[in-house]
Design a protein around this ligand. Structure first.
Ligand code: FES
Length: 134
């Protein structure tokens, strides 16, 4: 299997599978890791049940994306790129999500939330937990 097939099968690249790839291909682990981390679609850890993408594109940036991002990181007690301890949310930053008129924007899975403030972003997360979606 190639990296992409492994990713599709597992949702991420488990370390023991990477080790096996190294054995089979004769590549050093650092080379395989280099490929895996260069292509950002490869993850080295399982993602949470929900993936939050925070837009850091220009329109979102000038409309306060950082404050929204900080509020989400604080609410979820997670670093950017990380997953919450309960495995519910992975927090990622991305470039433009394509709905700049709604800046600042986040996407949770396939759903976009726009014109956010730090408080409204926190409320979305709380609603997920309160309504049993997370
Ligand atoms: S800059 Fe954020 S959606 Fe375009």
């Amino acid at each position: 299997m190639h990296n992409q097939e492994i990713q599709a099968a597992y949702g991420y690249l488990p370390k023991d599978v990477l080790d096996k790839m190294c054995e089979k291909t004769g590549m050093f682990p650092t080379q395989v890791m280099g490929v895996a981390t260069f292509y950002s679609q490869f993850r080295l850890e399982p993602t949470g049940e929900h993936v939050i993408k925070i837009c850091f594109g220009t329109a979102c940036h000038v409309n306060g994306a950082e404050k929204v991002a900080d509020a989400l990181a604080d609410e979820l007690k997670v670093e950017f790129g990380g997953t919450t301890k309960d495995g519910k949310f992975t927090l990622e930053t991305v470039a433009c999500l394509g709905c700049c008129s709604l800046a600042p924007v986040i996407m949770i899975d396939e759903e976009a939330y726009g014109r956010l403030t730090p408080d409204s972003a926190r409320k979305i997360i709380r609603d997920y937990y309160e309504t049993g979606r997370a």
